[in-house]
Design a protein around this ligand. Structure first.
Ligand code: URA
Length: 188
């Protein structure tokens, strides 16, 4: 079966998910968006308000920055990539996702990785980096290089919300991380 078909089946299943308490508060399950055969995948933390309302990841302020950096550093739009989150439902008041919520949602992310088979995964911020790299270290300690994980390379970088808060150096380091991802994908 084509990855797109299996991914669409999984998205339909996730749309009715009640595996954790976040199901009670959501407007939409924000499963993921993009090319089901993308070479480059981004993994964020959890949907915010805009994403919950639209049912699509990274459509608010953080997403606008991500789109801009993708365009400026890689010369591509989001449709060339696949974008997902560690948890697919919005935590109330945008609090951090809890360990049991991450554990309940993890099989969806693992299935997305298995079906899409990206060459490179850029983890945005601490939650996705810790989960996929299997580390307790924070993003500032691990970013600046890539890591082989199974069949793909993991490139950790800041969450765009941190870049919006901090500006300057953080944005510049994010740009450098995206260039590293671009080279690993073979786009330049
Ligand atoms: N922050 C995230 O981590 N994911 C989104 O989809 C939006 C904001």
């Amino acid at each position: 079966m084509a990855p797109g078909t299996e991914l669409a089946d999984l998205a339909r299943e996730a749309a009715g998910c009640t595996r954790c308490p976040l199901a009670a508060h959501r407007t939409h399950v924000v499963f993921g968006v993009g090319d089901p055969e993308a070479d480059l995948m981004f993994v964020g933390e959890a949907p915010g308000r805009d994403e919950d309302l639209r049912g699509e990841p990274f459509v608010g302020r953080s997403g606008k920055l991500l789109d801009r950096l993708l365009h400026e550093e890689l010369g591509v739009g989001r449709e060339r990539c696949y974008i997902a989150n560690v948890v697919k439902c919005r935590p109330p008041d945008n609090r951090d996702p809890k360990a049991d919520e991450i554990a309940a949602c993890r099989p969806y992310l693992e299935a997305q990785l298995r079906l899409i088979r990206p060459k490179v995964v850029v983890t945005l911020g601490n939650f996705s980096t810790r989960l996929l790299l299997g580390t307790d270290l924070g993003i500032t300690k691990v970013r600046g290089r890539s890591y082989p994980v199974g069949d793909w390379h993991l490139v950790p970088t800041y969450h765009p919300a941190a870049a919006l808060r901090s500006g300057g150096v953080v944005v510049a380091e994010m740009r450098a991380d995206l260039i590293r991802a671009k080279q690993l994908v073979g786009w330049g």
